[in-house]
Design a protein around this ligand. Structure first.
Ligand SMILES: Cc1cc2nc3c(=O)[nH]c(=O)nc-3n(C[C@H](O)[C@H](O)[C@H](O)COP(=O)(O)OP(=O)(O)OC[C@H]3O[C@@H](n4cnc5c(N)ncnc54)[C@H](O)[C@@H]3O)c2cc1C
Length: 423
């Protein structure tokens, strides 16, 4: 078993991706070269703005290339709560924009001819208990009537059409969501940003930013530079460079495994419609078929970022066998993990203060939402749009969160208990 990411093993960084040295100056310095930073850089460069992306590692080593590649509808926050909190106009706009994020991926992939196995195969949320049946069926009725979002309740008798497992009692399915190959997508975005005119610099961790008159003096692992404006696009890897931004995003660990490739008939049996699936739990598991028909299983029993890969592999292999005992003779080939960024209101945010912008906090929906917010923040900075709903909502923090997310073990323990009792 390899303790490295399956996706970048399957599709390593292309030799055609051009990166370079840090220039002396840029109009905009983007910190972080994942989906957010790269989509924003593409936008800015297309608007004729001199843009540099500084990435601490190599491109493809942040969460963007190693995630599950599942582009799921909505933000992490339940839409009924979003509408209640922000009112009908803004609440519904946030919901609609979150779903338009999947269209944004499709448009980008088409415009830039990024072949990344994008497929609109829809999603399935899977329940275990009678309570899940009741709660999710009621949600489906509300979403169909109030949000006009077509989501279908599939009872246990028909569940074999969706998932080849006896473990679940029902599913909610919809056809807006999509899947893609995250390494192909991220490297494709990097190449698109370069084509648009942005300059990419790797192994350039930004270690200090100081305001000097009308510009910023920036120190990186590759030397110093000057920038007129800064975009912080570091999501789950946000350090303490900008303490106020860090206080709005909590790093959460997430872990994945894939099996060896499955015979086509077995892959079909497991997920006949190739849907992106997850369990109706707080500490949820997500799973899907990879383009080469492995089963990818992800999730966590914990929220911390430093779990041992062998322990994650044992845990996730246990889940595979619990849901799909028919996969007993297909070992896990890869285990890996990364860090995502969650916010206290489970919504992503765009913010700005004195020419330092940021976009982050996708709560595990970053494949579509980082694409969307990366574009939005790029267009806002380029003056191509005047507003974005994600820039209009307050960005909450908590008095007890300064730099260390010390409370995560307590939250995980509470979630485990609620999940155990099906609450
Ligand atoms: C295992 C796993 C599975 C996931 N599965 C899914 C999924 O199926 N669907 C989904 O929608 N989302 C998923 N996510 C979340 C998703 O990957 C993220 O929300 C998304 O990639 C965020 O993109 P980003 O560009 O904002 O951040 P990232 O891709 O994390 O990029 C941030 C970058 O900033 C760099 N950086 C940090 N500090 C500095 C600095 N000081 N100087 C320079 N560079 C810096 C980091 O090196 C990093 O490369 C998953 C995440 C993980 C970890």
């Amino acid at each position: 078993m390899k303790t490295s990411c399956f996706w970048t093993d399957d599709y390593p960084r292309p030799s055609t991706l051009t990166t370079g040295d840090l220039p002396k100056r840029a109009d905009v310095l983007v910190i972080g070269g994942g989906i957010t930073g790269l989509t924003a850089a593409r936008r800015l460069a297309r608007a004729g703005i001199d843009t540099v992306v500084a990435e601490a590692q190599s491109f493809g080593e942040g969460a963007s290339a190693l995630n599950g590649g599942m582009a799921i509808y909505g933000p992490k926050a339940p839409p009924e709560i979003v509408i209640k909190r922000f009112g009908d106009r803004l609440g519904r706009e946030l919901w609609t924009a979150s779903n338009a994020a999947i269209d944004r991926i499709e448009q980008t992939v088409e415009e830039e001819a990024i072949s990344c196995d994008f497929v609109r195969s829809g999603s399935a949320e899977l329940g275990f208990t009678r309570r899940d049946d009741r709660v999710l069926a009621a949600y489906a009725r509300w979403a169909a009537s109030d949000l006009e979002f077509p989501i279908e309740y599939v009872p246990s008798e028909r569940l074999g059409e969706i998932v080849g497992s006896k473990r679940f009692s029902m599913a909610l399915i919809e056809n807006v969501s999509a899947g893609l190959h995250p390494a192909k997508y991220t490297f494709g975005l990097a190449e698109a940003a370069v084509r648009a005119g942005a300059r990419l610099v790797e192994h350039a961790e930004v270690t200090a930013v100081e305001k000097q008159g009308g510009h910023f003096a920036v120190k990186t692992g590759r030397g110093g530079t000057e920038a007129g404006r800064i975009l912080v696009a570091t999501n789950g890897y946000t350090g303490t460079l900008f303490p106020e931004i860090r206080r709005g995003v909590v790093p959460i660990g997430s872990y994945s495994v894939v099996t060896e490739p499955l015979p086509a008939a077995l892959a079909e049996e497991i997920l006949p419609e190739n849907r992106m699936a997850w369990t109706a739990r707080r500490l949820l598991n997500y799973f899907r078929r990879t383009p080469d028909d492995r089963l990818l299983m992800g999730g966590r029993r914990n929220l911390q970022t430093d779990l041992d890969p062998a322990e994650s592999a044992r845990e996730l292999r246990g889940r595979i066998l619990e849901f799909f005992p028919q996969l007993g003779s297909y070992p896990v080939s890869h285990v890996w993990g990364g860090t995502l960024g969650a916010t206290f209101d489970l919504l992503p945010h765009i913010g700005q203060r004195e020419n330092v912008w940021y976009a982050m906090g996708y709560g595990g929906h970053g494949v579509p939402l980082a694409t969307y917010l990366g574009n939005e923040v790029g267009m806002l900075m380029a003056g191509e749009i005047e507003r974005s709903p994600f820039a209009e909502i307050p960005h909450p923090t908590r008095w007890f969160y300064r730099t260390s997310p010390w409370f995560l073990p307590l939250v995980a323990a509470a979630y485990r208990t609620l999940d155990r009792f099906g609450r």
